[in-house]
Design a binder for this molecule. Structure first.
Ligand SMILES: Cc1ncc(C[n+]2csc(CCOP(=O)(O)OP(=O)(O)O)c2C)c(N)n1
Ligand SMILES: [Mg+2]
Length: 822
């Protein structure tokens, strides 16, 4: 809570009533005659044309899925096709007033939105820009296909390009908009402002908020439209996204031109169903979806239901809502009423709705009714409409032929390059700043109180006389992270950071102390307690071109951002065909002292997910160097920090932590102590237990342990570890993660495979117990202790002369515990 806003009990405790205003429902009443001042005849016809293109595109896919044929052309498409037959007016109405600066996000059912937005972009762009978009996209590979033998103007060529790029993508062809790695549910095309469509229901709910933040924070033109289904209103990320998007601080605390609401429309494409669950009347309680806006903020999100079966009603709504966003009074909630005539997917048996219901909606078919109204108003003749239908069918037949021809539209050649998808998981960029410009800061860096105070600190844990430095004088682990972060804030104008208690408080563990003084609100702010949206918005911000640090206060809370961390953050770079970069650093603090729900090390979960880089430094020198690398990169990084060592000083790098900038490459384990007799590899804070063990081994048993700090989990260079094992013949691995399924088990398995011939004993893993983390007073029975490591060495690797076991780590015990699921 900022001190500038005083919460006065005399005011807050006063009795009052909350009053809700009216939410318009289907209030559009204009006739075509009345709309003639807004649309030329050409415009009216274009709307019809665009709806029809979508209808025919989806009809073609439906026929392919259900009959393996369209217009005499056979094809088998085994993948998904969630069609939007019936929803065309809502898509075209949504896209009609948008240009390429306006970004749309969507769901699994987005073919219609892609085509509508693409057609709208083609209409807006001049021919030169259009041609250069097509020519520059993947070296013009899709353009070459549609350009061959084409006769006509650039705009028509671009329509062919749009249809081909989308269809080739749906059929997983390399010429598709995302090299065939997105497919039907995820296809998108950023040059036309079409941003990721998400197969996780509600997945766009928070990502699009991040995109709107990107526009606001970086003064970019345009708005963001989050197109999601009605059933996604039941999803956490959507609610969190709405909460994040409507925070008061944009209007109360953000300064100058940054003050004001986000340029964002939550546009619910309300077809009244999930798959088979009926939202109004069965699975939700809102009756009319637009009602939800009423409870969110005093503006009721300018919520409105609009008749999405009338394209002009939707355009009218978007015109009015865009004005609201222009006045910085957003975000807005639109409940765009529609109906899908097609099944959820072509295999849908429609067991959840009656034939009569579907027929009733077919009677009101938006294309038919809109076409008739154009004819009645004398705007167009039936013949012209028929011609549009014939031309579209012919065009789609052509596009289909091109898209399914294996020679013209091959798939990625995994035979020739088996690693080609693997190589797309990361962009591996190294960029000082994501964009040129002067970073906005409040004071010069050297006037920052924390920066000044750090200049007086000892950057090594012992002073010149070899005496340990007091905590007050010590440059600590948290300071290493701070130095990397503040440095980047003064380098990269796009860098923004958010999370719980990031501002004023200075981050829950004081890593950010000093940043509040340095940065305006729009670069550092407190988020709601919405871990999903903290990560989701960071993803949206990153994929639009900004660099961002988001913070998860405790590792245990990662589950709250499960989908964002598992499905979104790691996947979009590859799913885009490497069009998208993801310069997103997620700081995750691993707790202790606070018991079962605040002390878990879940690093293995994140390391298991392809597409994330995962690091876990254990010293201030490594923390600063690795954070610099994370913030120089263009890939998503999960940056683990152990709360047990935030105040530790640098004990290994004898020159201490350098004041200047340096990077530590990801993936390089670091030998913290040299030795010949046994290798001990640790991840995270357990390093300090290992050092104690190494001392005991040396002093009591004359054994020299080589201590390796993994530092990174992904990527990971095995070579130095193998080298060490070749020398010692023995390895023990230890970390604070519960043993079962930990990343150490992965490393030990790989070492077994790579260094079996040199091993005198199997690699042994000592992790935490497979229980809940108990209270601080009992933690020594949970986290790996020096005795446990010594026990394991004695029992499993090499007997230590005269050693007495402290715990039972026998084979029998291991079998018993596993039998009991412990
Ligand atoms: C998180 C998640 N849960 C379930 C599904 C399976 N699923 C796919 S679409 C769908 C219904 C979505 O309904 P809605 O959001 O209204 O979009 P619509 O399909 O009606 O366009 C479901 C349950 C999913 N893809 N993601
Ligand atoms: Mg729906």
């Amino acid at each position: 809570m900022p001190k500038s806003q005083n919460i006065n009990p005399k005011v807050i405790r006063k009795p009052q009533f909350i009053e809700f205003g009216k939410i318009p429902v289907n209030q559009y009443k204009k006739t075509i005659e009345e709309e003639k001042k807004n649309f030329s005849n050409e415009d009216f016809i274009r709307i019809y044309h665009d709806m029809l293109v979508i209808r025919e595109f989806e009809t073609m896919l439906n026929l392919i899925k259900t009959t393996n044929e369209y217009n005499g052309i056979p094809y088998n498409h085994p993948g998904p096709a969630h069609l939007s037959i019936g929803q065309e007016a809502s898509a075209v109405g949504m896209a009609y007033l948008l240009n390429t600066d306006d970004y749309i996000f969507g769901s699994h059912r987005s073919h219609g939105e892609i085509l509508a937005k693409g057609l709208s972009a083609i209409h807006c762009l001049d021919e030169d820009s259009l041609y250069s978009v097509m020519k520059n996209y993947f070296n013009g590979s899709a353009l070459k296909v549609v350009e061959k033998g084409f006769q006509g103007n650039i705009k028509d060529l671009a329509i062919n390009f749009l249809l081909y790029g989308a269809l080739a993508e749906i059929f997983a062809r390399e010429n598709g908009f995302n090299k065939g790695l997105g497919g039907s549910m995820h296809a998108f095309f950023t040059p036309f402002g079409i941003y990721p469509n998400n197969a996780i229901v509600g997945g766009s709910g928070d990502i699009s908020v991040g995109a709107a933040l990107y526009k606001k924070i970086n003064r970019k033109p345009g708005i963001v439209v989050c197109n999601i289904g009605d059933a996604s209103m039941g999803c956490g990320p959507v609610w969190e996204g709405i909460t994040f998007a409507t925070m008061d601080q944009y209007k109360t605390l953000w300064e100058g031109e940054f003050r004001g609401g986000l340029p964002l429309i939550f546009n619910f494409m309300n077809n009244l169903y999930g798959m088979g669950g009926q939202t109004m009347g069965e699975t939700m309680g809102y009756d009319i979806l637009a009602r939800v806006g009423a409870g969110v903020n005093p503006e009721m999100m300018h919520s409105e239901r609009v008749d999405g079966y009338n394209p002009l009603a939707v355009i009218d709504a978007f015109r009015r809502k865009k004005q609201i966003l222009k006045e910085k009074k957003g975000p807005v909630l639109l409940d765009t009423l529609t109906y899908r005539i097609s099944g959820h997917s072509p295999s849908d048996a429609s067991s959840y709705r009656s034939k009569e219901e579907v027929e009733a909606w077919q009677q009101e078919d938006s294309i038919k009714l809109y076409g008739n109204s154009l004819v009645h108003s004398g705007i167009v003749t039936l013949d012209i409409l028929e011609n549009i239908t014939c031309d579209t069918k012919e065009l789609l037949t052509q596009i289909l032929k091109l898209s399914i021809d294996d020679k013209i539209s091959p798939r990625l050649d995994l035979q020739k390059d088996p690693d080609c998808i693997g190589k797309m998981m990361f962009s591996n960029g190294s960029v000082d700043k994501m964009e040129d410009g002067k970073p906005e800061v409040l004071i010069p860096m050297d006037e920052n109180p924390r920066v000044k105070s750090l200049k007086t600190k000892e950057r090594y844990y012992k002073d010149k006389e070899g005496k340990p430095v007091s905590k007050a004088r010590l440059f600590q682990f948290r300071d290493g992270i701070f130095e990397a972060v503040i440095d980047r804030f003064y380098k990269d104008p796009t860098l923004a950071a958010w999370g719980e208690e990031n501002r004023d408080w200075g981050g829950a563990f004081a890593v950010y102390r000093g940043l509040t003084e340095a940065l305006p609100y729009h670069r550092l702010f407190n988020s709601p307690i919405s871990e999903g949206a903290i990560v989701g918005t960071a993803i949206g911000y990153g994929m639009c071109g900004g660099r961002v640090i988001a913070e998860i206060m405790y590792c245990d809370f990662l589950g709250r951002s499960g989908d964002e961390v598992f499905n979104q953050l790691p996947k979009w770079q590859a799913m885009s065909g490497n069009i998208i970069k993801m310069p997103v650093v997620i700081r995750v603090s691993v707790g202790s002292k606070y018991g079962a729900q605040h002390s878990q090390d879940w690093s293995s979960l994140t390391a298991h997910i392809p597409g994330l880089k995962v690091v876990f430094p254990a010293t201030p020198y490594d923390a600063k160097g690795l954070m610099n690398t994370a913030l120089q990169g263009t890939d998503p990084v999960i940056f683990f920090e152990s709360q047990r060592i935030y105040d530790i000083g640098e004990m290994f790098h004898s020159e201490g932590v350098p004041e200047g900038y340096y990077e530590i490459p990801f993936g390089e384990p670091d030998i913290k102590r040299k030795g010949d007799n046994i290798t001990i590899l640790s991840i995270g804070a357990t390093l300090y237990q290992v050092i104690k063990v190494a001392d005991i081994l040396h002093d009591k048993y004359g054994i020299n342990a080589e201590v390796i700090d993994a530092r990174s989990l992904v990527p990971f260079n095995y070579e130095p570890v193998i080298q060490s094992v070749k020398k010692t013949g023995k390895i023990l691995l230890t970390s604070d993660a519960s043993t079962r399924g930990s990343f150490l088990k992965e490393i030990s398995q790989t070492i077994t495979e790579l260094a079996f011939d040199w091993l005198d004993a199997p690699p042994v893993v000592v992790g935490s117990r497979n229980w809940i983390t108990p209270a601080y007073e009992m933690e020594e029975y949970f986290f790996p202790q020096p005795d446990w490591i010594l026990d394991a060495i004695h029992e499993r690797i090499m007997p230590l002369k005269g050693y007495l076991m402290k715990t039972n780590c026998s084979d029998q015990k291991t079998i018993e515990l596993n039998k009991d699921g412990i």
